[in-house]
Design a protein around this ligand. Structure first.
Ligand code: B12
Length: 215
């Protein structure tokens, strides 16, 4: 089977919510010589993006999305141990990532993290519904180049300004770029609140992060 056919079948297994198929296809793709980053970026991620599009179009329902996420994670189990050892690790820099106070949504963050890792970020996940001080402490501890703010509701996205202000008050704003992520974000509004950018799509966010870091 050609590489593109293998990747297409992998994506199809996620859309079809078939965990067994996704694992064996991921192994086949690696055995065929595809890099772990390619298997994630062009196979597993393609399937997850299509699931998101179907959900937004009303062609898939939330329980199905959650099963598809589990299938995505089953495929990730195969690929993830190899990712850290591959070309991806820490090429772009370090990201501290966490959800703004009041936000407990985890699925999007957990889907985004491997995408960021496969594209060269070392990601430190500091958790959900965080006080602004947690971001400040994590920046001091891990010295990231980029901070990701998970904001999955309008109310928490609107808190961005306060979190950015806390980082600035601690004298750390000039040391980091800040990007918001989640379905309710808007890049212009994020900039008005003092962040650098925002994205509702992990794969597009990688390009934005590259630009922000000048890479
Ligand atoms: C699943 C879900 C839940 C689950 C969460 C389970 C979990 N463990 O995550 C539960 C049931 C707990 C929940 C609760 C609530 N939810 Co809810 N939830 C959703 C739902 C249906 C899907 C979210 C999801 O998983 N999407 C799939 C993932 C893959 O997509 P994603 O999150 O957008 O992530 C992608 C990108 O955004 C990006 N990304 C993710 N993180 C990051 C971070 C960075 C830095 C970057 C750059 C990119 C990035 O990468 C991902 C892949 O591209 C959405 C509806 C929707 N259309 O999104 C509502 C939604 C987010 N929820 C909403 C609301 C209001 C609530 C509740 C207040 C409901 C209630 N009345 O109780 C509570 C609040 C909980 C809280 N305090 O946080 C609203 C928010 C509306 C708004 N604009 O404010 C939404 C949009 C539904 C709606 N249309 O009303 N929710």
């Amino acid at each position: 089977m050609s590489d593109s056919a293998l990747l297409e079948r992998l994506a199809g297994a996620i859309e079809g919510m078939d965990a067994n198929a996704v694992k064996s296809l991921a192994r086949d793709a690696l055995a065929a010589g595809l890099s772990p980053a390619t298997v994630l970026n062009e196979g597993l991620s393609l399937g997850m993006r299509r699931v998101g599009q179907k959900f937004n179009a009303g062609d898939m329902f939330m329980p199905e999305v959650l099963v598809a996420c589990d299938v995505y994670f089953a495929g990730l189990e195969v690929v993830r141990p190899l990712l850290a050892a591959s070309e991806g690790e820490n090429r772009l820099g370090t990201m501290v990532l966490g959800n703004i106070h009041g936000d407990i949504h985890t699925v999007g963050k957990n889907v985004a993290i491997p995408v960021f890792e496969a594209n060269g970020l070392r990601v430190i996940d500091v958790g959900e519904s965080l006080d602004d001080q947690v971001f400040v402490d994590a920046i001091r501890k891990h010295k990231p180049q980029i901070v990701g703010l998970g904001t999955y509701m309008t109310s928490t996205f609107m808190h961005t300004g306060e979190t950015v202000a806390a980082i600035a008050k601690a004298g750390l704003r000039s040391q980091v770029k800040i990007i918001c992520g989640g379905p309710a974000v808007d890049a212009e509004a994020a900039r008005r609140m003092g962040a650098d950018d925002a994205s509702d799509d992990a794969w597009k966010a990688v390009d934005k992060i590259r630009k922000l870091l000048g890479k």
